[in-house]
Design a protein around this ligand. Structure first.
Ligand code: 6PG
Length: 250
């Protein structure tokens, strides 16, 4: 994980504004380079403020949304109207506030009966939009991730089968401790991204943050996020960073 940068912000609000600014910069670079800005968004509580900022009246106008494609990092096996749905949350906080063409929004159909088929179709969608070269993984421009106190990221939980996935890009993953199925992008796709932002806030994550960043590798799923040919930054709030022995300076 040597390549990852770690930035600490006083509050979740400052962290979220910094993430929004990074999103804006990357979107602008893609627009200048005349290519799509393809982003995968996580669920959970932490990124909500970021999505609200991106969708706010003052911010939304800074981004050429017709150039942006939004994918999901993961999804619960529920319909979008269910309060647990990541898509429902992303729609409420961001999508319903911006003018983005419908065809640029790529939802994981968590409500479907055949989740393997949903994942196959989602992979086909990644191919159609991102056009990876033969035998290559699709390369997302930005992946927004979070981390649970158990060190999971996306829906890649400790001990679950999808951790070892090397071939499939998207797959269902049964989470034993939640007794539920989720859909998730896999590590090969996350690690093929141009940039990964890992957003972590709150004192309940501090112990795991310390172990993940300062302990030996191989202990937590999130330690496997390591873009092959891309950038990775941890954005922490002070509460999540408070147990680090050697916090980054500046
Ligand atoms: C989800 C996620 C998941 C999340 C972490 C952190 O669907 O819940 O994508 O990996 O990022 O569980 O969640 P919080 O931000 O709520 O702490």
């Amino acid at each position: 994980m040597a390549k990852a940068s770690v930035k600490i912000f006083p509050t979740l609000e400052e962290l979220s504004w910094a993430a929004a600014a990074r999103f804006e910069d990357l979107a602008r670079i893609c627009a200048i380079e005349k290519r799509n800005f393809c982003v995968a968004l996580s669920g959970g509580l932490t990124p909500r403020l970021l999505y609200q900022i991106l969708g706010s009246e003052t911010f939304a106008g800074r981004i050429r949304w017709d150039n942006v494609h939004i994918f999901e990092v993961d999804e619960r096996a529920v319909p979008p109207e269910n309060p647990q749905s990541n898509f429902g949350m992303i729609r409420e906080t961001l999508l319903s506030h911006i003018s983005i063409p419908e065809e640029n929004v790529h939802r994981m159909a968590g409500e479907a009966e055949n989740l393997d088929e949903v994942c196959r179709q989602y992979s086909a969608e990644l191919v159609r939009v991102l056009k990876p070269a033969k035998d290559e993984f699709p390369r997302l421009g930005l992946v927004i991730l979070g981390m649970g106190p158990d060190g999971h990221t996306a829906s890649l939980f400790p001990g679950s089968e999808a951790l070892e996935e090397k071939v499939l890009w998207v797959r269902p993953n049964y989470i034993d401790k939640l007794k539920m199925k989720r859909l998730t992008l896999t590590f090969p796709v996350l690690n093929a991204a141009e940039e990964v932002l890992l957003l972590v806030a709150g004192a309940d994550k501090a112990e795991t943050v310390r172990k993940v960043l300062e302990g030996p590798p191989g202990q937590f799923p999130v330690q496997r996020v390591d873009p092959v040919n891309g950038r990775m930054s941890w954005f922490l709030d002070e509460a999540a960073a408070r147990l680090l022995n050697s916090p980054p300076k500046g």
